[in-house]
Design a protein around this ligand. Sequence first.
Ligand SMILES: Cc1cc2nc3c(=O)[nH]c(=O)nc-3n(C[C@H](O)[C@H](O)[C@H](O)COP(=O)(O)OP(=O)(O)OC[C@H]3O[C@@H](n4cnc5c(N)ncnc54)[C@H](O)[C@@H]3O)c2cc1C
Length: 403
Amino acid sequence: MDLKSGHPFWAVKNGLMVAFPQLDADVNCDVVVMGAGITGALIADELTRHGHDVVVVDQRDVCWGSTSASTALLQYEIDTHATELAKRYGQASALLAYQSSLSAIGEIGELAQEIGDVDYATCESLYYASNRPDHSRLAKEFAWRKQHGFPVRWLSRAALKEEYGLTAPAAILSSEAARVDPYRLASKLLERMQQKGARVFDRTEVTALTEHAGAVELTTESGMTVRAKHAVIASGYESQYWLHKRVAKNLSSYAYITDPVDPAELRWLANSLLWESARPYIYMRTTGDGRLLVGGEDDERDIPKRRDRMVDRKAATLQRKVARLLPHLHAQPAFAWAGTFAETSDGLPLFGQHPQYGPRVLFALAYGGNGITYSMLGAGLLRAQIENRTHPLTELFAFTRLG
Ligand SMILES: Cc1cc2nc3c(=O)[nH]c(=O)nc-3n(C[C@H](O)[C@H](O)[C@H](O)COP(=O)(O)OP(=O)(O)OC[C@H]3O[C@@H](n4cnc5c(N)ncnc54)[C@H](O)[C@@H]3O)c2cc1C
């Protein structure tokens, strides 16, 4: 599966940061993690830090999958409004999803600080109503969040214009959000865990998974075996290969990044994420060196060659939308790309055992626009499952909720 098109910025900027060997002998471990993207890295880090003997295998160079294409806005705001989640799963579950996501931002922040130099920064998140009908949906969402203590402020049309120069019916301003270089964070986590004793192998494709009493065995393309007490399938959007029935819809998402922009032009955008209520939405953020990163224009094109041809056209569309929204900005694309993306029907991820497998095979499908915060939550959740402990998110993030 070809996961990306064009020139994903993080890979261009960072190059190949770390190299790991191919697996050329059979190995035993406590937990084998299939996939060395941001999801696999966060989970393997959590397990390694807590004394598990971990092996990570990836068929590509590490972080070369969709992690390198991610735009990495860190938000507690899920693509599905809390008010909609509450209708579907009840108030307590909606609150749990939103509160957990909020604490995941802080956890990633702590990790980023420990690791250092991953272009992590906290910022605010401005979520505006794209049209008049969305005004009342946003107002209900704001009321819910305010009632439950989330750090939000309501901006009327006039306030939005005065404070941000934006023309839109209204917006929710959240003071808690962040951004990061996900490729750098994941690469440095993998490097650190190797220093702590985890074994990482890249260019090692897993072709078979066999369950035994008391163990799971992964077989690689070159015939090597990894025998473990548990296997975590953190293979991103390719994980669905291991399931008979699809659990999410694959999309393509597009992005571009500018050269560094004059701070006088960026103004508040230097410390803010911006997104909207339309679906698919346009969104933007900046980087530490003052580039503007814009994403959106998702479509259902899942054929890499067709997607490749669309990258420049989609970047031009995004650029036109930015010009309409923020006419003072000079935001020409320097690099543009696309990445495969997957969404579940409720916007929540899937972590844990799948009915097709026994309890030693655990999936980590951090699907949706909040993939990275979900992975942080999934790391704690899967460690609890591996250690035979309960975790508050087990049911809400389980496959069983999809029926
Ligand atoms: C354009 C785009 C924008 C995004 N924006 C955001 C955002 O703003 N905020 C956010 O939180 N999330 C965002 N995401 C989602 C987030 O980046 C994802 O959660 C993440 O990319 C998925 O990470 P992953 O590690 O699960 O998958 P990947 O990075 O794809 O890693 C999976 C790894 O598994 C390996 N693998 C697959 N099959 C095998 C096999 N058989 N054997 C061995 N290895 C295998 C692959 O080679 C790959 O390296 C975005 C994603 C995209 C594409």
